[in-house]
Design a protein around this ligand. Structure first.
Ligand SMILES: [Fe+2]
Length: 390
């Protein structure tokens, strides 16, 4: 059996009503925090007011900024980190989906380190993160079941100038506290439930088909795939079903813990550049690439890919293991179609003349993911996968 390490240093509060326990923890974070969230939705649902009230009850001041855009930008991060310094904030709260949580992480990093966030992205002068001093404590309150950011050390930032969408990762970016309360998810609209749910499926799938998978991440990943298959369809039908929402939220948590200890592969590696150039919903970029990626890579590990085919519900009766593995892309596409996530990269705004740039971006900004795919990939392979996904 292979050797491996694992660590998830985040205190996770999981379950219905868990938001109320925030007040038991905030006092330990300091006196003043900056809460970042998206425009208006947290205010509309009343969740923002609840968090502010919980802050008051625990004796801390919470400054609110509702300016996080989907795919948060480096300009926003740089601006908010100056505010955090000026206000003397002790901690950050990211409230909402992946974007506010990722923004909170990047702001917390920059609040106590030199430079601008671009310095820490691939190509920047601190890209190796070797001299990072740490980050302010981060509280992640997730209101979607997707991204897994609440249990990872990753933050994804879009550079508006270069249109690149790289992820940064550092141990200090693990949230100190994460709250995963399915009650906060019942108002999530169907299209976001779909794109985030699909993201969970890909986190789990990719963690299973990467070179750095471990027995622990396999366990998390396979359970997460099973939970998504069994529950996401029902949540899409009826978003108010709390029990089913809880199951998908748990799948998201498991898949997040899987990717942080294993990795995503080239599907995320190639999906991020699409997000950077077209601002498409993150999960749908993976949905558009998944089949072509599996078709291209299935012979990198016949055992794992044939398992995936079967777990995705494809009947391999009468097929050899290799034939079964070759059906993994088709099996995945059937699942995506069933959820209503049939999409091409053309639908997301990708034109054929963008493909070379996207393929190069994938290796430049997401090289880590590209490198741990079970089949070695080069720029030509990436171009071929993008072309098959048009
Ligand atoms: Fe993702």
């Amino acid at each position: 059996m292979k050797n491996f390490d694992f660590s998830v240093p985040t205190k996770v509060l999981f379950g219905e009503g868990k938001l109320n326990e925030l007040k038991d923890y905030l006092g330990n974070m300091g006196k003043k925090g900056l809460l970042v969230t998206g425009k208006s939705s947290m205010r509309k649902t009343g969740v923002l007011d609840r968090v502010i009230k919980l802050g008051k009850e625990s004796g801390v001041e919470i400054i609110v900024n509702e300016g996080v855009e989907p795919n948060p930008t480096s300009d926003y991060i740089n601006h908010m980190s100056k505010l955090v310094r000026k206000e003397g904030c002790d901690f950050l709260i990211g409230l909402g989906g992946g974007s506010p949580m990722d923004a909170a992480k990047a702001i917390s990093l920059l609040a106590i380190n030199d430079g601008v966030i671009e310095d820490y992205l691939p190509g920047g002068k601190y890209e190796d993160m070797a001299n990072v001093l740490g980050a302010l404590p981060i509280v992640a309150i997730t209101t979607t079941a997707g991204t897994g950011s609440e249990v990872t050390m990753f933050s994804v930032i879009t550079n508006k100038k270069t249109k690149e969408k790289p992820g940064i990762g550092h141990q200090c970016l693990f949230p100190v506290l994460s709250i995963i309360d399915p009650e906060l998810m019942v108002s999530v609209p169907k299209h976001i439930t779909l794109s985030t749910g699909v993201d969970v499926l890909f986190h789990a799938l990719e963690a299973y088909i990467c070179t750095v998978a471990t027995p622990l991440t396999d366990m998390y990943a396979l359970e997460a795939i099973k939970l998504v298959l069994e529950n996401l369809g029902d949540v899409l039908e009826d978003g108010s079903n709390l029990e089913k929402r809880s199951k998908v939220a748990w799948a998201n948590t498991l898949a997040g813990m899987a990717i942080v200890q294993a990795s995503t592969v080239g599907i995320h590696g190639m999906g991020h550049p699409i997000g950077g150039h077209t601002n498409s919903p993150h999960g749908m970029t993976m949905a558009a690439l998944g089949k072509a990626f599996l078709d291209k890579t299935y012979d990198g590990d016949i055992d794992r890919y044939s398992n995936i085919t079967k777990i995705l519900g494809y009947d391999c009766e009468g097929l050899s293991k290799k034939e079964c593995a070759a059906k993994s892309g088709e099996a995945l596409q059937r699942v995506l179609d069933r959820f209503g996530a049939h999409v091409t990269i053309s639908d997301l705004g990708v034109k054929e003349d963008m493909i070379e740039t996207l393929a190069k971006d994938a290796f430049k900004t997401m090289g880590g993911c590209m490198a741990v795919s079970l089949k070695e990939l080069d720029v030509e392979d990436a171009i071929s996968i993008y072309k098959s996904s048009l």
